[in-house]
Design a binder for this molecule. Structure first.
Ligand code: 5GP
Ligand code: MN
Length: 344
């Protein structure tokens, strides 16, 4: 049995919408990851089973290794079809915001979502949600938005309507946001849910291979390059990796090729804080990913130095400046957070 973590009032509120609403739009965060796509498509499958018209809209593209999921090909990219997407968002009865909790995370889509007259629901697991939805289901203690979507569907009383395809999407998000159940994954109910998803016919080993085992040679070589340039700061238990556009070109970089790199230094004994700083491929900005193990708050570093935020152990942000400036900020962060970093 699953604990009833979602408030009954939210379930009842949404159940009323479900009775009346026809047109649903599901939106998720910029540079969507496995959880963003998995939770969006999982929710889409469920709503389609209820005979709703559903469109998933994302701010920009997502990696090839997520494209196998049922419904992925029909996802609408806002950066390519903004007029059509704006029309759908404005005409929707309900907009579902999954795997993000502040409008900044949906980039150029923020204006359309905030001004749409649609009812809005948030299903998310990041700390400190912004109040832009009528129903805010926010559970930072839950490992993935996909897990929350599963819990939401069950609480609405529709477990029977979870298809194999829906279950695959949900499993993918649960798996990717926990690094294949290697972090943030000690809640035993996660394994109860996996058992329920297996019951729906998913092949979890195959999903693992599709997501984590379908790399290109150039990604592997890029990984070697980035790792060989990695800097360690043993006193701070910290590491830094960087990637410039020039290096990306050299290694024929495609979207998603650097996914997961930031986690690798954490497998070095004594390293508990990892930063990965890279040039954006589309916009004139620098993106930062931060990861930690234990109680070091990456999200505080992201907020204080990189205009970002996120979870305690996984956060990110951006710098509108040069690579060199972003690296200098990282050094400043090491100094500011030195008491916490050198604690152990
Ligand atoms: P990633 O390193 O995979 O890009 O991001 C890791 C996590 O950090 C995301 O799941 C998200 O929670 C958070 N994050 C990344 N970028 C930002 C940002 O600009 N703002 C906020 N608030 N969170 C971010
Ligand atoms: Mn997530």
């Amino acid at each position: 049995m699953l604990s009833k973590i979602i408030a009954q009032s939210h379930i009842e509120h949404f159940a009323k919408w479900l009775n009346k609403a026809e047109k649903f739009v599901i939106v998720t965060h910029v540079s969507p990851d496995g959880d963003a796509i998995g939770s969006s498509l999982g929710l889409r499958h469920f709503l389609e089973m209820q005979e709703k018209t559903v469109q998933v809209i994302v701010p920009n593209g997502f990696p090839d290794f997520l494209c196998w999921m049922d419904g992925a090909k029909e996802i609408l990219r806002y950066d390519k079809y903004s007029d059509f997407a704006n029309k759908l968002i404005m005409e929707a009865d309900v907009v579902c915001c999954v795997d993000f909790n502040c409008l900044k995370r949906i980039d150029a889509m923020a204006e359309a979502v905030s001004s749409s007259p649609a009812r809005k629901i948030m299903i998310d697991h990041h700390p400190e949600p912004e109040p832009f939805c009528d129903i805010t289901i926010s559970h930072p203690e839950v490992a993935s938005a996909s897990e929350l979507v599963f819990r939401f569907i069950c609480r609405l009383g529709y477990f029977e309507d979870v298809t194999k395809e829906c279950a695959e999407c949900i499993y993918t998000g649960m798996m990717t946001d926990t690094g294949g159940f290697t972090y943030n994954s000690n809640n035993r109910e996660i394994y109860f849910i996996i058992s329920e998803l297996l019951e729906k016919g998913i092949d979890k080993d195959e999903i693992y291979r599709k997501v984590f085992g379908s790399q290109s040679e150039s990604r592997m070589r890029l990984m070697g390059h980035v790792l060989s340039n990695m800097k360690l700061f043993p006193e701070y238990h910290a590491s830094l990796m960087t990637l410039t556009k020039k290096e990306m070109e050299e290694f024929h970089f495609i979207r998603g090729d650097s996914e997961g790199f930031v986690n690798m230094p954490l497998s070095i004994k004594g390293i508990s804080f990892s930063a990965f700083i890279r040039e954006d491929t589309e916009k004139p900005q620098i993106n930062i990913s931060l990861r930690s193990v234990g109680d070091f708050p990456c999200n505080q570093v992201a907020a204080a130095f990189f205009n970002g935020g996120g979870h305690l152990n996984a956060s990110g942000g951006e710098v509108h400046g040069t690579m060199e400036e972003a690296v200098q900020r990282f050094y400043a962060a090491l100094e500011q957070f030195k008491p916490l970093l050198t604690k152990k």
